[in-house]
Write a protein that binds this ligand. Structure first.
Ligand SMILES: Nc1ncnc2c1ncn2[C@@H]1O[C@H](COP(=O)(O)OP(=O)(O)OP(=O)(O)O)[C@@H](O)[C@H]1O
Ligand SMILES: [Mg+2]
Length: 528
C-alpha cells in the first residue's frame, strides 16, 4: 500500500508560482556572486545585475552607513558606476532611504511618485513604478544600510517581493560583514608588519651594536659605507665577536632591507646536504626529494644571503660556490634548468683563510671573490674599554627577557674588565645571564660575578691590570655620594690592590674600622 499526500493544486496561484521560481533562480545566482569575490562594490553591482536580469527588479541600489560620517552613502547602483553618486548622502531619517534605515523596517510604495518623502536626489527611479526598500542588517542587529529596487509595473505580489528583497539583504549583510572583517584583519596585519619591520630595523640598527673603541668605530664606518652597495662582504673575527650581528646590520641598512635576509651555517651540513640546501632540488632528485624545494639562493633573491663559517666548506663545494658568485647562476640538484638570481652575499669566518689558501685548502679564486670588502671584528680583549657599556646593555637584555629590573654595580664591571674573554661578547652575554639568574635581588655585584665562574686570576691580566682597566678603577670617586658603603669600600680595596691598611687610608679609616666593615658588609677578600 502506498501513501500519497494530496497536493491542493487548485489553490496554487500560477502567478505566484512563477514569481517564486524566478526568485529561487535569482537567489541562487545572487548567493554564488556574493561568495565569489571580496571586492564588495564589484560584487554588489553584479548582484544588482542578476536581480535586474533574472528577478525583474530594476533600479536596484545598495547604500551603506558610513560609521565615521554617520550618513548613508551609495555603494552600488544597477547599470551605473556608483562613483558619480558617491557624493550623494542621506542622514538617518532623511528621505525614503534614510527613513528605512532609522526605522529598521521594510517599506513598500505601490507608486513612488505618490510618496511626499521621496526626494529623487539621484534622478534614477521610474516615478510610475512601485518601490521597495529593506534594511541591511548584521545578523539580528541594527540596520547598517538599505537595499532598494523597483518591481515591474502592475505588480500585485508586493509583499512577496519585499520578503525576497529581505532575503537578499541578509546575504548582502553577511557579505558586508565578511568584507569588513577581512579589511580590518588586513589593516591589523599591515600594521603588525610595519611594526615588526620597525622593530627588526631597530634591533639590527647601530643602536643595538655596542662599541666605542676605535676598532669598533672603524667597523661601523665600514658597515655604513658598504651597506649601500651590492659588494660581497667577508666578516672576519674570533668566535662571539659579533660577526652575525654585523651581517644583520649590513642587510637591514641596505637598499635590500625589505627583501629576505637568509642565513646558512656552512659548517652544519655535509657536502651533499649543503648543495641541496643552497641550490634547492627538483622533485625526485634523490630518495626523499618528494617535492621541488627552493634553495637558500632562490629564497634570498632580491635580498641577502649570509654564509656563516664559510671556511669550513670542502674544496669540491668551493668550486660550486665560486660559480654562483661569478655568474649568479646555478641549477637545482637533479635539474637541468639554469636559474639566475640577484643575491648579495655576506660571508663570515673565524679561520685564517690566508693560511688555508697557502696550504692549498681554500681555493684562492674563491678567496678573492669573497674578500672584496673584508671587515675585521676586534676581539673583546682588544677593546676592554667597551666592557662596561656592553655589560650594561646585555644586563638590560636579560632583564627584558626575565621581565624584571636588573642592575650591575661598578665593582662588578671592574672585575669584568680584568678578564680577557676568550669567548668574546658571547661569553660576556652568557656570564651576564648566569649572574642574573644567581642574583635574587636583581643586583649584580662582584661577588655574583665571581660565582659565575669566570676565572679572573687565570687570565693573566689580573696581577698586571690592563691600563684601561686600572684607569677605570681609579676613575671611581670614593667620595661620590651615590656610591653605597659596600661599593665604596670595594672600590678603595681595588685601588689599594686589596691591601687593607692602604684602603683604610684612602677612606680615612683606621685598619680596625675597615676590617670591621669588610666583615659586616660581607666583602670577600681576594686571594693573592
Ligand atoms: N657589539 C655588540 N653589541 C651588542 N651585542 C653584541 C655585540 N657583539 C656581539 N653581540 C652579541 O653577542 C652574541 C654573539 O654575537 P654573534 O653571534 O654575532 O657572534 P659571531 O661572531 O657570529 O660568533 P660565532 O663565530 O661564534 O658564530 C650575540 O648574542 C650578539 O647579539
Ligand atoms: Mg656566528
Amino acid at each position: 500500500m502506498t501513501a500519497s499526500i494530496p497536493i491542493p493544486t487548485e489553490r496554487i496561484d500560477p502567478q505566484r508560482l512563477a514569481l517564486l521560481e524566478t526568485q529561487l533562480t535569482a537567489l541562487f545566482e545572487v548567493s554564488s556572486v556574493l561568495s565569489r569575490s571580496l571586492n564588495l562594490r564589484q560584487t554588489l553591482r553584479e548582484v544588482l545585475g542578476v536581480l535586474h536580469d533574472r528577478g525583474r527588479l530594476s533600479h536596484g541600489l545598495v547604500c551603506l552607513l558610513d560609521d565615521e560620517r554617520g550618513e548613508l552613502l551609495i555603494s552600488a547602483i544597477h547599470g551605473a558606476d556608483a562613483e558619480p553618486f558617491e557624493k550623494v548622502s542621506y542622514q538617518p531619517g532623511e528621505g525614503v532611504l534614510g527613513r528605512i534605515l532609522s526605522t529598521n523596517e521594510p517599506w513598500i510604495l505601490p507608486r513612488i511618485a505618490d510618496e511626499p518623502r521621496f526626494l529623487d536626489r539621484l534622478s534614477l527611479y521610474d516615478a510610475a513604478l512601485p518601490f521597495i526598500g529593506v534594511p541591511i542588517r548584521f545578523g539580528d542587529g541594527g540596520a547598517i544600510g538599505v537595499f532598494a529596487a523597483q518591481p515591474p509595473a502592475g505588480e500585485e505580489l508586493l509583499a512577496e517581493r519585499s520578503r525576497f528583497l529581505e532575503m537578499v539583504a541578509n546575504l548582502i549583510g553577511q557579505a558586508v560583514r565578511l568584507a569588513r572583517t577581512v579589511e580590518a584583519e588586513q589593516l591589523a596585519l599591515r600594521e603588525e608588519r610595519d611594526k615588526l619591520r620597525r622593530e627588526v630595523k631597530g634591533s639590527h640598527g647601530f643602536d643595538s651594536i655596542i662599541g666605542r673603541a676605535n676598532s669598533m668605530r672603524l667597523v661601523f664606518d665600514q658597515v655604513r659605507q658598504v651597506a649601500k652597495w651590492n659588494t660581497t662582504v667577508l666578516i672576519r673575527g674570533e668566535s662571539g665577536t659579533g660577526k652575525e650581528l654585523i651581517a644583520n646590520a649590513i642587510h637591514y641598512n641596505s637598499p635590500r632591507a625589505r627583501a629576505a635576509f637568509i642565513k646558512l651555517n656552512c659548517a652544519a651540513l655535509p657536502d651533499n646536504l649543503l648543495e641541496s640546501e643552497l641550490f634547492g632540488h627538483e622533485k625526485g632528485a634523490f630518495t626523499g626529494a618528494v617535492a621541488l624545494r627552493k634553495g637558500r639562493f632562490e629564497q634570498a633573491d632580491g635580498g641577502t644571503l649570509f654564509l656563516d663559517e664559510i671556511g669550513e666548506i670542502s674544496p669540491a663545494f668551493q668550486a660550486k660556490l665560486l660559480r654562483v658568485l661569478q655568474e649568479g647562476e646555478f641549477e637545482r640538484v637533479g635539474g637541468g634548468r639554469t636559474l639566475k638570481v640577484d643575491v648579495r652575499v655576506i660571508a663570515a669566518t673565524n679561520r685564517d683563510l690566508e693560511a688555508e689558501v697557502r696550504a692549498g685548502e681554500f681555493r684562492e679564486d674563491l678567496y678573492y671573490r669573497l674578500n672584496v670588502m673584508p671587515i675585521r671584528m676586534p676581539a673583546l680583549r682588544e677593546r676592554i674599554e667597551d666592557v662596561p657599556d656592553l655589560a650594561r646593555f646585555l644586563v638590560n637584555k636579560v632583564a627584558r627577557m626575565q621581565g624584571r629590573e636588573l642592575a650591575i654595580t661598578d665593582s662588578a664591571l671592574r672585575v669584568l674588565m680584568r678578564y680577557d674573554w676568550p669567548g668574546n661578547v658571547r661569553e660576556l652575554e652568557n656570564c651576564m645571564e648566569r649572574a642574573a639568574v644567581m642574583s635574587e635581588q636583581g643586583i649584580i655585584d662582584r661577588d655574583v660575578i665571581q660565582l659565575t665562574g669566570i676565572d679572573v686570576s687565570a687570565s693573566g691580566v689580573d696581577s698586571a691590570p690592563a691600563p684601561s682597566a686600572s684607569a677605570a678603577a681609579s676613575a671611581v670617586d670614593l667620595h661620590d655620594p651615590d656610591l653605597d658603603e659596600r661599593e665604596r669600600v670595594i672600590a678603595a680595596l681595588e685601588e689599594a690592590g686589596w691591601v687593607q691598611a692602604k684602603a683604610a687610608r684612602l677612606l680615612n679609616m683606621t685598619p680596625r674600622q675597615i676590617a670591621y666593615r669588610i666583615q659586616t658588609l660581607n666583602i670577600r677578600m681576594r686571594q693573592f
